[in-house]
Design a protein around this ligand. Structure first.
Ligand code: AOF
Ligand code: ZN
Length: 369
């Protein structure tokens, strides 16, 4: 659309930057940003609050107060039109006297999908939609996938040697990448709703998987374990910390029946058990996580889980840390077998960004569609 000015673009870019603050913290809702501008001055800024409410527009309107009258609102997603736990943002914008609303793209949530913009138009507000739409969609892709496909966005995070290995043959894996890479991992956790590992990783590394960032409140990132046979030891770090940050264990109906004592132990520790008829079916796992509201899940290990999700075509993005070390062909591979017979069938990614973290390189990748 050409009816946007450079200053429109700058304000929407600012709203997108604000929306980043909510990433990983607003599920099941999207992370939206809103900037209110009157006579060229920013009078209100808001972003979706932890847990998904209040919405971004409400926060920005609160800040703007009376100054919202006659102002333009820039929103990274169509303002909502439904009565949920809070009244519609479209109505709040109307009541505040906003005269123009610029949005990035329409909402796929069937309760909204176009009705928010209609509500604004019906009230006489000048509505212009479609500014920086691609960026806004990429930003909230997890939310859109949840609403449109019933599953979260999956980011694969892996830390390998130059030759793609994650551990020596004897299992030694600490540490392949350096402290800078590990610090970045904590930031990535904060931007996801959940991290996911297989039970093999729990048995091998006993990870904690919480998000610890100096100077930032601990983020309640959900820790998901795929554990079809309930092999997780009752004294695992995840079990011991389950009262402090959520842990969900995806298991099989069969294990649930066969291991009542284990189920009891984990439940008492505060773990939620999600039984599936076939927990090895990645699509079923994805649907179960989507149904519980997750929008962004980071897969952190191990090679088997990474391989299965890749085979299922569910890895949307990847963050690949690579240490300048070579571990050799007897070391363990970061990605389990894919059973490919044609190169054209291999999962292919586009490099979005390449940076360094200390000695290591970090590639941000997005699936080629
Ligand atoms: C907005 N601004 O900041 C967000 C929106 O459960 P509720 O009532 O909070 O509504 C959630 C829906 O509202 C969500 O599915 C999406 O359509 C929209 N989210 N809308 O105008 C916001 N987070
Ligand atoms: Zn809203």
């Amino acid at each position: 659309m050409s009816n946007f000015s450079d200053s429109d673009r700058a304000h929407m870019a600012a709203a997108l930057r604000l929306s980043r603050r909510g990433l990983g913290n607003t599920w099941p809702n999207p992370a939206v940003g809103c900037v209110i501008v009157r006579d060229g001055l920013v009078v209100g800024r808001g972003w979706t609050q932890p847990g998904g409410r209040p919405h971004a527009e409400v926060m920005a309107l609160r800040q703007a107060g009376e100054k919202a009258r006659g102002a333009t609102a820039y929103v990274t997603l169509e303002p909502c039109s439904h009565f949920g736990k809070t009244p519609p943002c479209a109505d709040a914008l109307v009541e505040a006297g906003i005269s123009r609303c610029v949005s990035a793209l329409t909402d796929s949530d069937p309760r909204v999908s176009g009705r928010g913009l209609e509500r604004l138009r019906a009230a006489g507000i000048l509505v212009q939609n479609g500014l920086l739409a691609d960026q806004a969609r990429a930003h909230n892709l997890g939310f859109f996938l949840r609403v449109e496909q019933g599953r979260p966005l999956f980011t694969l995070k892996t830390a390998t040697s130059l030759d793609g290995r994650i551990a020596l043959a004897n299992g030694t894996s600490q540490w392949i990448t350096g402290p800078e890479a590990r610090a970045l991992t904590h930031r990535l956790r904060a931007e996801h709703d959940a991290v996911l590992v297989g039970s093999g990783t729990v048995l091998a590394d006993d990870p904690d998987l919480r998000c610890r960032l100096p100077g930032v409140d601990p983020r309640p990132v959900v820790r998901v374990v795929l554990d079809a046979r309930l092999r997780m030891p009752p004294d695992a770090a995840l079990v011991r910390s389950a009262a402090e940050a959520p842990v969900w264990v995806v298991t099989s109906d069969a294990a649930l029946k066969a291991e009542p004592a284990k189920v009891n132990q984990l439940t008492i520790a505060g773990i939620e058990i999600l039984p599936l008829s076939d927990p090895h079916d990645c699509h079923a796992v994805a649907a179960a996580l989507g149904a519980r509201g997750l929008t962004r899940v980071m897969i952190e290990g191990g090679g088997q889980v990474a391989g299965s999700f890749l085979q299922a075509g569910l890895i949307d993005r990847a963050v690949w840390f690579r240490a300048p070390k070579i571990l050799g062909g007897d070391a363990r591979t970061g990605i389990g077998a894919l059973g490919l017979t044609r190169l054209s069938d291999s999962p292919q990614y586009r490099r979005v960004r390449l940076v360094t973290a200390g000695e290591d390189s970090v590639e941000f990748l997005e699936r080629k569609i």
